[in-house]
Write a protein that binds this ligand. Structure first.
Ligand code: FAD
Length: 344
């Protein structure tokens, strides 16, 4: 049986409400609208993180810290070694937008919105081919896909299409890229409206608050997941996450993409979430320890959620036992994750 790549459509506004309820129900103290600006770290032990918000600068102490910033901001400020990066070949940024007034009942959009096909890139081919043809004779923004996703309501789609190269960890470069992408959103929306009957009444309903970041810093962990391990579905004694998204590398400066569909689900070991010499730091999500190939699958939401659950469970265990994260009781951690429903 072919593995189910399991793409799930959702309403982003309901999702936010659901996430908010979950953290509040769990008794989490929220520091929304705060920015982590650094940490106090002694002999590789993080004592405090420093955040800035309307209250001013605040220091937060904890036994264990989890860096889930996507860009490994905390690990970076604690001087954790990072995977080698070449700014020019980072995967591109893309600003998502929502189009309203789309003929979502049309066969082309219906087909494009269906995203769970194993072995097939689910971009909207008729639109892609037409735009590539037009690109030969007229100037237009670089684009990828496009991918149109349902918002579970008639007439609206999310559009994943814009793209530009930038280092999102460089403030000025990121600002430049965001401004360009915002321009591109409106240019591309106009092109869609003028060129395809399915979009003739479409208008931009909203633009993502930030340009989406595919790739930035990743730590050098106790173990680095490699592409070879990943495509061969190597199972580790400390596997804490299980994913099936294709290896999905978007080209840094063209609209091209390398996609490799996994034959079987792959694993992430706990050791990819910890650095060798930092006893109270875990990472989750995009900043895990992986090479470019493995990372290009692991960067998706399902895998990031899995890693977040594993990091959270490990942090709770180590905080209770007083153990450094390198000495976590892995069998107990795995049993805990399985009891929570993880498929390991
Ligand atoms: C254009 C695009 C399309 C994608 N399409 C898909 C898709 O179809 N399906 C899929 O599953 N995945 C997709 N992904 C990938 C996926 O969305 C991300 O890789 C994933 O959400 C990363 O999760 P994360 O938790 O590591 O980081 P994030 O989701 O980026 O979360 C990090 C959080 O930390 C916050 N933060 C960062 N730095 C600081 C700081 N210094 N202080 C305070 N807060 C901070 C950020 O604001 C953010 O809220 C896509 C990504 C892009 C860019």
């Amino acid at each position: 049986m072919e593995p189910n790549i399991g793409n799930i459509a959702f309403d982003p506004e309901r999702y936010k409400l659901c996430a908010q309820r979950m953290v509040l129900d769990a008794g989490v103290t929220l520091y929304t609208n705060s920015f982590l600006t650094g940490c106090v770290c002694e002999d590789n032990v993080i004592r405090q993180v420093i955040i800035e918000n309307k209250n001013g600068a605040e220091a937060i102490e904890s036994k264990i810290f989890i860096d889930a910033t996507g860009d490994a901001d905390l690990a970076n400020s604690a001087h954790v070694p990072m995977q080698p990066m070449n700014g020019a070949s980072l995967q591109p940024l893309s600003t998502y937008f929502i189009l309203q007034g789309v003929d979502t009942s049309s066969p082309m959009i219906q087909e494009a919105m269906h995203h769970s096909k194993q072995g097939e890139n689910c971009h909207c081919l008729p639109v892609r081919e037409k735009l590539l043809e037009m690109m030969k004779t007229q100037e237009m923004p670089n684009f990828g896909g496009p991918w149109f996703c349902t918002l579970l309501r008639d007439g609206a789609v999310t559009v994943n299409m814009t793209r530009t190269t930038a280092n999102a960890c460089d403030n000025r470069d990121y600002a430049r890229a965001e401004c360009q992408l915002r321009e591109d959103v409106f240019t591309l929306a106009d092109l869609l409206r003028k060129t395809f009957p399915e979009f003739k009444n479409a208008r931009v309903a909203s633009v993502a608050v930030q340009a989406g970041i595919r790739e930035t810093r990743r730590i050098v962990g106790v173990h680095t997941v490699t592409g070879e391990e990943y495509v061969n579905a190597v199972h580790y004694e400390d596997s804490v996450s299980h994913g099936i998204h294709p290896i999905d590398i978007h080209s840094s400066n063209q609209g091209e993409q390398y996609t490799y569909f996994l034959k079987q689900p792959a694993y992430v070991p706990y050791r990819a979430l910890i650095a060798p010499d930092y006893p109270n730091l875990l990472v989750a999500g995009r900043c895990l320890s992986a090479d470019r190939q493995a990372f290009a699958s692991l960067r998706v939401q399902g895998s990031c959620m899995d890693m977040g659950q594993a990091a959270g469970a490990a942090a709770a265990q180590c905080a209770a036992s007083g153990s450094p994260v390198q000495k976590a009781d892995v069998p107990e951690l795995i049993a805990h994750l399985k009891a929570l429903g993880a498929k390991l």
